[in-house]
Ligand binder design. Structure first.
Ligand code: FES
Ligand code: FE2
Length: 352
């Protein structure tokens, strides 16, 4: 087992699902149909008709009912079969597994574990598409790799100096600065000052600032990164402690990496930058070039992993966040399964 089930996973964009529409997705290798009703409320069910497993995402909405378009079984919003064509008595005990849903930040979220454990407070505290005081941009990528490798990538941003040498131009100052890593109940946060440098993104190269970066990865693989810039000298004035929370927020990005199948993942991203510039959207050109660098490297890493069964990664100093997060995931999986997890559950790390 590699992933926590009692957690909210991003399954789709809110705008992908209009009223009275069905949308088939896959999360943790489970086929799921999203269904938005007349009133705009989203429900989610396993995407398999109880009759002969035809996908219900190929069905049709009939008001607040969903009809399987193979042999016509009709379901209500609880997922219960309410009509079987040609059969007098319908069988009330036939029903679909229903997944708790939430809609926040521009995303539709699914709770993949025990439905009774689902609470909205477990959604990560992100910034998203509601943030209309920002210039926003968004997109998604399909990965031919395990989601956990992308999670690890987001937890260790020392790769920015090398893999994104040409796109983010951070020099190796970035890789050498050790972030402060803090472990929380369901996340791991890394924070660091970068002093007297140009800023990633929109500011021109000649602008020198002290920048405070915070990036936090929440279970089950959701990132919030915030970027705050200050006049040069601020970091040393603060003795490199963190600045007042929330102040001078310049840029954020929220990203979610959802495992679709064991070796595929969908990467959802939202970028926001202040100030808002009318109807202009965030210029994603550079970001998407960098994301393509990550994708090429991680997919190539995946094929080597596939050729090297049983290999245990070596962890470096820069992996502190990675190790802490994977330990947290193992612990949560252990609590869910009620058993003890050994380190070989797909999240193994050997510390150097
Ligand atoms: S498979 Fe759905 S009605 Fe037959
Ligand atoms: Fe990257």
């Amino acid at each position: 087992v590699t992933y926590v089930r009692n957690a909210w996973y991003v399954a789709a964009w809110s705008h992908e699902l209009a009223r009275n529409q069905l949308f088939g997705v896959r999360v943790l290798n489970e086929p799921i149909v999203l269904w938005r009703d007349d009133a705009g409320v989203v429900a989610a069910f396993e995407d398999r008709c109880v009759h002969r497993l035809a996908p219900l995402s190929l069905g049709r909405c009939e008001g607040n009912r969903l009809r399987c378009m193979y042999h016509g079984l009709l379901y209500d919003r609880a997922g219960t079969v309410v009509e079987i064509p040609g059969q007098e008595r319908s069988t009330a005990n036939l029903s679909l597994r229903k997944f708790p849903t939430a809609e926040r930040f521009g995303w539709i979220w699914l709770f993949m574990g025990d439905a009774d454990a689902a609470r909205e407070e477990m959604l990560p505290p992100l910034l998203g598409l509601e943030q209309d005081d920002y210039t926003l941009g968004s997109g998604q990528l399909e990965y031919a790799a395990e989601a956990r490798l992308v999670h690890d990538n987001l937890l260790d941003l020392s790769h920015v100096s090398f893999l994104h040498e040409k796109t983010f131009r951070m020099t190796d100052v970035w890789a050498r600065e050790r972030p402060t890593v803090t472990e929380f109940a369901r996340s791991v946060r890394s924070e660091r000052w970068i002093e007297n440098q140009g800023v990633v993104g929109s500011l021109s190269d000649s602008t020198r600032v002290d920048t405070y970066f915070s990036y936090e990865v929440f279970v089950p693989g959701v990132l919030l990164m915030t970027v705050r810039s200050y006049p040069v000298g601020t970091a040393s004035t603060l003795d490199r402690h963190h600045p007042a929370p929330g102040e001078r927020l310049l840029e954020f990005t929220s990203q979610a990496v959802t495992p679709l199948t064991p070796k595929t993942a969908r990467y959802f991203y939202i970028m926001g930058e202040q100030p808002r510039r009318g109807t202009t959207s965030y210029d994603l050109t550079n970001t998407e070039r960098a994301f393509a660098e990550d994708k090429a490297m991680i997919e190539a890493q995946q094929s080597n992993i596939d050729l090297t069964p049983g290999y245990r990664f070596r962890a470096t100093t820069a992996d502190r966040g990675v190790v802490a997060y994977n330990r947290l995931v193992s612990r949560l999986i252990g609590l869910e399964t009620g058993g003890r997890q050994d380190a070989s559950g797909g999240v193994s790390q050997v510390n150097l």
